[in-house]
Design a protein around this ligand. Structure first.
Ligand code: AMP
Length: 461
């Protein structure tokens, strides 16, 4: 690529955000912050700590972890040659980074299990539409546990099930706290890919062989993508949304009929554990998820108002991924919530009433009042209130108009009278009432009288 000389850029050129990326602006960012604060609070109550991995990593990490045949890696990554000729990529997801960090920082020696969450942007070169962007944000969490000697037996399957269910319960608690509407959880078990036993494939391997054979028989009736996937990733055919493929898929063999004993018992226990936690779910045998690293439990959550892109969270178990990346045998389960979609759904259901506005607008009049106004604003802000202080003197009517525009609840009026008497005037803008009080009483008064919830009503911009 050649850089355009600065002198060649037309002076009036208007730059725009790159397709599939966007600016998040106030007042909407208030809602983003509230969502992220709630995530931190809820995840903290479940014992999770925050990890902030880098935004770019070696391309090889994603190819190995997510899978070279997946759409994400083969078509959607933003990759580039670094100056030392190594290929690096903007992260399309964060589980690979978390596992890389787990190994790099010897977290197997930390108290087990290690529970981490992350919040941040991901990058995939998809076709942009409502709820699908090229830079989007995920809130995710992972539970990792390195196997100690003697672990890994049948007892562990029950333990895994409880861990899976608690992770799902945590997402549900988070969504409930946000009052997300029409939340639906779908779960499945995709078995495990055991090596060939006595010359025979079992569990998922055996199922995939059967599925492949069944797909070859109906190949002519399938669309182009599904035809290609018969060879590259037959499970992904089950994900197809093409209408004419639906009746064909319904007749395909189902994984639930092919799970090995261990996987079947484990799945039953996951369901029992969800019941114990009062978490409702629906089974969906077609839920296979797009990333290669999943095994056994997979889940997806949908919410209201998102159209075709209605999956707001996806997750599953990925024992073996850490080992695949060069670490010790380690179990893993995690999820990623699409924050953009979460926000869309909250806005759709009017649960995202953002806004804040200001608590106090300081309307000062007369040059002498400016210093008092500055001090008053400092004291109010110190008390945590949101304050607007006009940089220049405004006429009374204009100041009240501005106060209304920025959504202020109160106007603190500081004119000659107030300065002379030390009795300040506070106007409640909702009902127009006015009261005089000593300077020291303003903070208490505003705190007592301001509406409980800051996030009701929008700011007029
Ligand atoms: P995945 O890593 O593909 O399982 O995605 C987990 C969640 O991230 C999905 O359920 C979506 O909510 C969200 N997500 C994935 N890709 C995008 C995208 N391109 N734009 C917005 N959200 C996305």
């Amino acid at each position: 690529m050649e850089w355009t000389e600065v002198s060649q850029v037309p002076q009036k050129k208007r730059f725009q955000a790159i397709k599939g990326t966007r600016d998040l602006l106030p007042p909407e960012t208030e809602l983003w912050n509230r969502v992220e604060t709630t995530a931190r609070e809820v995840f903290g109550t479940f014992g999770f700590g925050e990890i902030r991995p880098p935004i770019f990593e070696p391309t090889e990490l994603f190819a190995r972890a997510v899978g070279g045949d997946t759409d994400i890696v083969s078509k959607e990554m933003y990759s580039f040659e670094d100056r030392d000729d190594t290929s690096v990529s903007l992260r399309p997801e964060a589980t690979a980074s978390v596992c890389r960090a787990y190994i790099e920082h010897n977290m197997h020696a930390w108290t087990q299990p290690v529970k981490l969450y992350y919040i941040g942007p991901m990058f995939r070169r998809e076709r942009p539409q409502k709820g699908r962007y090229r830079q989007f944000y995920q809130i995710g969490a992972e539970v990792l546990e390195t196997l100690q000697q003697g672990q890994g037996g049948p007892k562990d399957l029950a333990k895994d099930a409880a861990v899976d269910a608690e992770v799902i319960e945590m997402v549900r608690t988070f969504f409930a706290r946000l009052e997300l509407q029409s939340v639906q959880l779908e779960i499945n078990s995709i078995g495990h890919s055991a090596p060939v036993v006595d010359g025979k494939s079992v569990c998922r391997r055996a199922y995939v062989e059967k599925l492949k054979a069944a797909l070859i028989e109906v190949k002519d009736q399938l669309g182009e993508d599904s035809q290609r996937r018969i060879d590259t990733n037959p499970l992904r055919v089950l994900d197809s949304k093409l209408e004419h493929e639906q009746p064909i898929i319904e007749r395909l063999p189902r994984i639930s009929d092919h799970l090995c004993d261990d996987c079947r018992k484990n799945f039953m226990e996951v369901k029992r554990q969800l019941d114990l936690r009062g978490v409702p779910y629906k089974e969906n045998w077609r839920l296979v998820r797009g990333l290669d690293y999943y095994m056994r439990t997979t889940f997806e959550i949908t919410a209201r108002g998102l159209g075709s892109q209605n999956a707001v969270c996806g997750g599953g178990r990925y024992d073996g991924l850490v080992e695949l990346l060069g670490g010790q045998a380690t179990k893993g389960i995690g999820f990623a919530i699409g924050e953009d979609r979460l926000i869309l759904s909250l806005q759709e259901a009017k649960k995202g009433g953002v806004a804040a506005g200001r608590d106090v607008y300081v309307a000062w009049m007369g040059e002498k009042a400016q210093e008092t106004a500055i001090k008053a604003a400092q004291a109010l802000r110190e008390a945590g209130l949101r304050v607007e202080l006009p940089p220049v003197e405004l006429k009374f009517g204009k100041a009240l108009g501005q106060a209304d525009k920025v959504g202020a609840k109160f106007a603190l009026i500081l004119g000659e009278d107030e300065l002379a008497s030390g009795q300040w005037t506070v106007k409640t803008l909702a009902d127009g009432t006015q009261e005089k009080m000593a300077a020291g009483e303003v903070v208490e008064f505003v705190k007592r009288k301001r509406p409980e919830k800051r996030n009701s009503g929008r700011v007029k911009q």
